[in-house]
Design a protein. Structure first.
Length: 88
């Protein structure tokens, strides 16, 4: 979440300002008025749905350990930068 929606960062990804949910428990998300943790959970559902769509395309074609490794690499290398470009 921090790589996609961090306060600072560069053009590719955000920073680690929200790493380990730092400062999100009492903060309201800017321009929305909703709690930051609620916004984070809402955005993470899209990451989970993306992983589920990928799992549907590779089911019974690769091992689960390879799928888990692929998703662990896909989320920070593909999903977070695209999320940052579009909504960050």
């Amino acid at each position: 979440f921090s790589l996609a929606f961090g306060k600072g960062g560069g053009a590719l990804v955000g920073d680690f300002s929200y790493a380990f949910l730092n400062g999100m428990e009492t903060e309201l998300w800017p321009d929305t008025g909703i709690p930051a943790l609620l916004f984070m959970v809402f955005q993470l559902t899209f990451a989970i749905i993306g992983a589920a769509i990928i799992s549907g395309s590779v089911v019974e074609r690769i091992r689960f350990s390879a799928y888990a490794l692929f998703i662990a690499l896909w989320l920070p290398l593909v999903y977070a930068p695209v999320c940052h470009w579009v909504w960050g």
